[in-house]
Design a protein around this ligand. Structure first.
Ligand SMILES: [Zn+2]
Length: 408
């Protein structure tokens, strides 16, 4: 979809005036602005000039804005930051196109979590990062081949042969691409790493520590117990698929959060959601929340095998956390300010502070009875569904496609 086609979708909300001497390029008017970075949750106008946030205040005059986006009755947040997606479309078998699934759904900044390794990263940079409208960053897979296999068709993962884990090559690739690569990724499930998990983890840590970037570790169904994995992580590292069901998750056999997981969190390790096709369970999240353990970042892990459900997009994942009892402010924080702090993004995303990049997401909160499904096929009925209606990137407006969800 071209930028113009998206813009057309948002047209009913947009008005424009002729002339040249305007204080603002865009005024997003009258929405309920939620910006956890400045503890703001109130009706405000957001003005953008020169691609950056120029003012957030009440009753700014549309007369001084070239374009006005009518956001009355809508929710306005910083452009969402999704730290776990797969957008190496056409190369990683689970890749999907970035733009229709990210920027068109409110996520202006995304992190491709390990689709590419050192050998396949140049293509990600050349054919995705450079070509799409979504701001795409990457975590480099410690395996040089990245996520080049598929668990259904050829279930022999990227770390079964440990020789593919090459810290030296990873470090070199990261040093040469620090503007795009913000961390290291490793998947440790048995069919991916076999019995190599802890040795592969050590190699990934060697790379991450050498370049001083976070490591994101995919847990679940591992050869070694999760305790052995999480106790090795350092401040700033992320556990993804934290709320998965089944074995190898963060709960013990009696449903209690494992002590080593609590300890890792105390040491500054973040729990990331990474919903995915097999990695989010309502029951796990409910049990975890009862023990007052919450995600640090909410990400979608949207890819080929969940984009048509149960994930759909990040906004749907956020709606699931609303139905689990988190407030809208708490949920938005975990998809804006928290992920923005988790990685060294070069462009200051996740905030509407004056001077920050002019990335904004506009949502409708649709009330009703919405049935949401987790990765195990379990369902819960929620009353609110956060629905993307427009996205703004550096002051330019994109419309959004609305995804149907079963309604009862
Ligand atoms: Zn993933």
């Amino acid at each position: 979809m071209t930028r113009r086609e998206w813009a057309r979708r948002a047209l009913p909300l947009l008005s424009m005036q002729a002339g040249s001497a305007f204080a603002y390029d865009l005024l997003i008017r009258g929405g309920h602005v939620i910006d956890p970075s400045q503890n703001l949750s109130a009706v405000r106008d957001v003005a953008i000039a020169g691609g950056k946030i120029a003012r957030v205040a009440e009753n700014l005059s549309p007369a001084v804005a070239r374009q006005t986006l009518d956001a009355r009755g809508k929710i306005v947040t910083p452009g969402l930051v999704d730290v776990h997606v797969h957008v190496y479309d056409g190369v990683a078998p689970l890749g999907i196109p970035a733009d229709p699934n990210c920027i068109a759904k409110g996520a202006t900044t995304v992190v491709d979590a390990g689709s590419a390794g050192a050998h396949t990263f140049p293509g990600l940079r050349q054919y995705v990062v450079r070509m799409v409208e979504t701001r795409v960053f990457a975590l480099l897979n410690i395996s040089v081949v990245g996520q080049s296999t598929l668990s259904t068709d050829n279930p022999f993962g990227e770390l079964l042969d440990l020789r593919y884990a090459n810290p030296k090559l990873a470090i070199r690739t990261i040093e040469q691409n620090r503007d795009v690569i913000l961390g290291v990724k490793i998947r440790l499930t048995k069919n991916i790493a076999g019995e190599n998990d802890l040795r592969a983890l050590a190699l990934a840590q060697e790379a991450a520590q050498a370049v001083n970037l976070p490591l994101m570790v995919h847990i679940g169904g591992t050869h070694s117990p999760v305790e052995a994995i999480v106790s090795r992580l350092r401040k700033g590292d992320l556990i993804t698929h934290s709320f998965r069901g089944g074995d190898g998750g963060i709960l013990d056999g009696r449903g209690r959060v494992i002590g080593e997981v609590r300890k890792a969190m105390e040491n500054g390790v973040l729990l990331d959601v990474g919903h995915g096709a097999g990695s989010f369970s309502f029951a796990t999240a409910e049990a975890t929340f009862r023990q007052e353990i919450y995600p640090g970042t909410i990400s979608s892990d949207v890819h080929q095998f969940n984009v048509d459900g149960p994930v759909f997009d990040l906004a749907t994942t956020l709606s699931k956390f609303l139905l689990l009892g988190m407030s809208l402010e708490e949920v938005v924080r975990r998809a804006t300010w928290n992920p923005a702090q988790a990685f060294p993004f070069p462009h200051q995303p996740g905030t509407l502070k004056v001077g920050a990049v002019g990335d904004v997401a506009v949502f409708e909160m649709r009330e009703g009875k919405w049935v949401f499904t987790d990765s195990l096929g379990a369902t819960r009925t929620g009353e609110r569904r956060l629905t993307p209606v427009a996205t703004v990137k550096a002051g330019r407006v994109y419309g959004n496609a609305v995804i149907p969800v079963v309604r009862v």
